[in-house]
Design a binder for this molecule. Structure first.
Ligand code: NAG
Ligand code: NAG
Ligand code: NAG
Ligand code: NAG
Ligand code: NAG
Ligand code: NAG
Ligand code: NAG
Length: 748
């Protein structure tokens, strides 16, 4: 439906902040400096519950910290241990009415709580390429965390999909740093609009589950700046309260005691004002961690089940014997209390009202925080669906008398409440601490059956993945055969069907390829629905003439069945785009999970550098099966390059303006994407995403789109000068419907 034509460019001012070179703020500050400048700010801030600026919050925090004993300060920074009421809690300081924090998972909603929603995974909201939906998801999740009395939400997660099989990829926003950064920015802005502290995690280079606590990610400086830290930079720009350091080492130093990444990049270059907390058990020392920039240790135990912490009395003693200066502890407490004041949690914030260990316990009020969020969850489920194949108008369904439904992934799940088990029934999230606790889970079989009944259509099903005879029987003679296949992954702390967090390969689970092939042998109208944590290899059947449509549904959360039904029956025109590349083979990807280790600390060389995912496929000339940003909808004839683009260079920004026309017959969203090509001297990938929009257009109508670039968007990290530089030479700008379907080209 998309057709791009050109309008005259117009100059404008960038809305994205321009990042200057050099250090933004001093990584540590002391109380007297803060107090000296705080009096006026306090007057301004005291009457309002609305979110404060960091300056206003530091003014309040400075007053509070000046009243505290060393023990009080240490209590603010130390988790109570692994048996506390929330997944983590810090200690209260009654003298300043500080209740301590309740910290709770996860990036898809309040985990381990009843009557709370499970939202679509970040990977799905990324595939909407729609900032409004990203923001609304954050707002809705924020309202639920607040309603349960959670101070600190442990999300969003923004590790990059470097290795396609990595277990926690689905918790993040995909394989591109720009898209991940926008996802992080909108999610955090949404969460924090409700007064909840968001946590950007896991900082940094935590891109596989195998050996996550006994590996070092060895990453060069340019790659660190241009890929892995970009979503964290956008988090800081969103005013994120907390950043969680990760389990792994970086260049041989643990992430939670890495001076270069914490003090250097995060608090120095990015000017992060909030606090750094450890992942659960990721603290390995006291003074080295504290002096490298760690502010809060979670859950507080040294070893699970002991009362001995790297903080707590150990930190107290370290100050008393001079190993840690008290000014540093002041800075840690300032940062932590400033986050609390910034979000307005010092006034009117709901107390914790659930018990993460037992939702039936007397101290769990089972407050219903779901509101009408199921409407948004279903909307994101639809908007994130990617239609990868649709020949001869297979979809949407029309005039069907019979539907056959095949595959375990179409049916109910036997364990929707236990988040560390695996792949049975509709797959709507992965496993591990990044999950929610489903209040209910709509499966496709029920939803399709209900919708089909409206048309008098008969539905027959076989929910076995392995009974190929039953699959053939259900597929035969039906107007359409729908086959559901899945691929699951999660946190390394559970082993599911032989997969230790990371997937062992990129094949569909439960021999899904054989199931599709069997169905396609017996139905000329086979529609494949994929619920997956990331790419799967589809070569065994994608070109099969009887496979007429492929619907990529991802991990849509509690409304999974309703969302896919809306797509199949035409209630919504699918506009989702892949936030990663689907390769023809796992070996086409530039980086892989390392599954074995013969050394105490496994080295993970990030030797592919900035060439991850489509950047590698483009540079190496490898044809993907489905490209990043793509959705090759059947019947759409690409219109080839349009007239040349002549973007306006308006120092310091570039404004690109173009027009999209819906040449199809159905209203829907188009996702124009802007890619930048830097001069060859920079050794950069051929194209890098630096802008996108989601534009609703009626049939026959045109819509102007403006995308602005700052100098940062066309800069590279100069490792010698240690600053961002705009390269000399011609900068190419292309606009298209995917990373490979480019419709307009220009340069500045
Ligand atoms: C890791 O080592 C590489 C190669 O020496 C260097 O470019 C990079 O800055 C180092 N990063 C950290 C965080 O130490
Ligand atoms: C830890 O401290 C708590 C509270 O003081 C106590 O009940 C518990 O027995 C202690 N646990 C251990 C392992 O010492
Ligand atoms: C200071 O105290 C800490 C915590 O008890 C201890 O680990 C460290 O060895 C002490 N250092 C000195 C120099 O006494
Ligand atoms: C949860 O709390 C209820 C009510 O107090 C109690 O009956 C039940 O045994 C508890 N369950 C667990 C697993 O502790
Ligand atoms: C959900 O909340 C309702 C009140 O709105 C309550 O009656 C019900 O028991 C709660 N359900 C669960 C599973 O906690
Ligand atoms: C497609 O389906 C029809 C009907 O079942 C079957 O006869 C034909 O062999 C199938 N085509 C292939 C290539 O399997
Ligand atoms: C995003 O999605 C919403 C809901 O479908 C839609 O109204 C809007 O036009 C889309 N685009 C943007 C930029 O919000």
């Amino acid at each position: 439906m998309q057709d791009y034509s050109l309008e005259a460019p117009s100059p404008n001012v960038s809305s994205r902040p321009y990042l200057g070179s050099g250090k933004m703020t001093n990584p540590s500050r002391n109380v007297s400096q803060i107090l000296a400048s705080s009096a006026i700010l306090l007057l301004l801030a005291s009457s309002s519950n609305a979110q404060l600026s960091w300056e206003e919050a530091y003014a309040k925090a400075g007053q509070a910290v000046s009243q505290l004993t060393l023990a009080d300060k240490v209590n603010i920074l130390t988790g109570q241990g692994s048996s506390s009421r929330c997944i983590g809690n810090t200690f209260a300081v009654p003298s300043i009415n500080f209740p301590g924090f309740c910290l709770e998972d996860s990036p898809v909603g309040v985990r381990l709580a009843s009557n709370a929603s499970t939202f679509p995974a970040a990977m799905n909201v990324a595939s909407t390429f729609n900032r409004t939906l990203m923001r609304q998801r954050g707002e809705a999740m924020g309202a639920e965390f607040r309603g349960k009395g959670v101070n600190v939400a442990l999300g969003p997660m923004m590790n990059t999909m470097r290795a396609p099989a990595a277990g926690r990829n689905w918790e993040g926003f995909g394989a591109d740093p720009f898209l991940s950064g926008e996802g992080a920015f909108e999610t955090i802005t949404g969460l924090q609009s409700q007064g909840v502290q968001a946590t950007a995690k896991h900082f940094v280079n935590n891109e596989q589950e195998h050996f996550r606590t006994t590996s070092t990610s060895n990453v060069d400086d340019r790659t660190q700046h241009e890929i892995y830290t970009i979503p964290f930079l956008r988090s800081v720009q969103a005013g994120v309260a907390a950043i969680m350091c990760s389990y792994n080492q970086i260049n041989g130093t643990y992430a939670c005691e890495n001076d270069k990444t914490l003090n250097g990049i995060l608090k120095g270059e990015f000017g992060f004002q909030g606090y750094v907390m450890s992942d659960w058990g990721a603290t390995h020392s006291t003074a080295p961690a504290v002096m490298a920039g760690l502010d809060v240790t979670m859950p507080g135990d040294l070893v699970s089940g002991t009362n001995s912490s790297f903080f707590g009395t150990t930190l107290l003693a370290s100050v008393q014997n001079g190993t840690v200066p008290e000014s540093r502890v002041d800075d840690m407490a300032l940062r932590t209390l400033a986050a609390w004041f910034k979000l307005g949690q010092d006034s009117g914030y709901p107390p914790v009202n659930f018990d993460s260990h037992n939702n039936s316990a007397p101290d769990d009020q089972r407050i219903n925080v779901q509101d009408d969020h199921k409407v948004l969850i279903r909307e994101i489920g639809k908007a994130s669906t990617v239609l990868l194949k649709n020949i001869a108008g297979t979809l949407p369904f029309a005039n069907l008398k019979t539907i056959g439904i095949i595959g375990n992934g179409a049916g109910p799940s036997s364990h929707p409440l236990n988040t560390f088990v695996g792949d049975d029934g509709v797959l709507a999230m992965g496993w591990g601490s990044g999950t929610g606790t489903f209040p209910y889970l709509i499966n496709p079989l029920d939803a399709i059956t209900a919708r089909a009944a409206q048309d008098g259509t008969t539905v027959t099903s076989s929910l076995s993945d392995t009974d190929l005879a039953a699959a053939a029987a259900v597929a035969s003679g039906k107007d359409v055969a729908l086959v559901f296949i899945t691929a699951d992954s999660g946190e390394g702390s559970a082993l599911i069907e032989g997969n230790a967090g990371d997937r062992n390969d990129l094949q569909a689970w439960h021999n899904g390829d054989a199931l599709v092939q069997q169905v396609a042998q017996f139905s000329t109208n086979t529609v494949v629905v994929v619920n997956s944590v990331g790419p799967i290899v589809v070569e065994a059947w994608i070109d099969h003439p009887n496979v007429t449509a492929v619907v990529w549904s991802g991990l849509p959360g509690q409304e999974a069945g309703n969302a896919v039904t809306d797509i199949l029956f035409g209630a919504y025109n699918p506009s989702g785009r892949l936030p990663y590349t689907i390769g023809k083979s796992i070996t086409d990807y530039p980086a892989q999970v390392i599954y074995t280790s013969t050394t105490p600390i496994l080295s993970i060389p990030y030797s592919e550098g900035i060439f991850i995912d489509y950047r590698h496929f483009d540079a190496a000339g490898i044809a993907p099966r489905f490209e990043f940003g793509g959705s090759p909808r059947g019947g759409v004839a690409p219109t080839g390059p349009g007239s040349s683009l002549d973007p306006w260079l308006h120092d310091p920004v570039i404004t690109v303006h173009f027009t999209i026309k819906n040449t199809g017959k159905v209203a829907g969203h188009e996702i124009p994407q802007l890619y930048v090509s830097l001069p060859a001297s920079t050794n950069s990938p051929p194209r890098m995403l630096k802008g996108f929009d989601s534009v609703f257009i009626a049939p026959g109508q045109s819509q102007g789109v403006t995308i602005q670039l700052s100098r940062f968007d066309v800069a590279t990290w100069d490792v010698v000068q240690q600053r961002w530089q705009v390269p000399a030479g011609k900068i190419g700008i292309s606009v298209g419907a995917s990373s490979r379907d480019i419709r307009l080209n220009g340069s500045v």
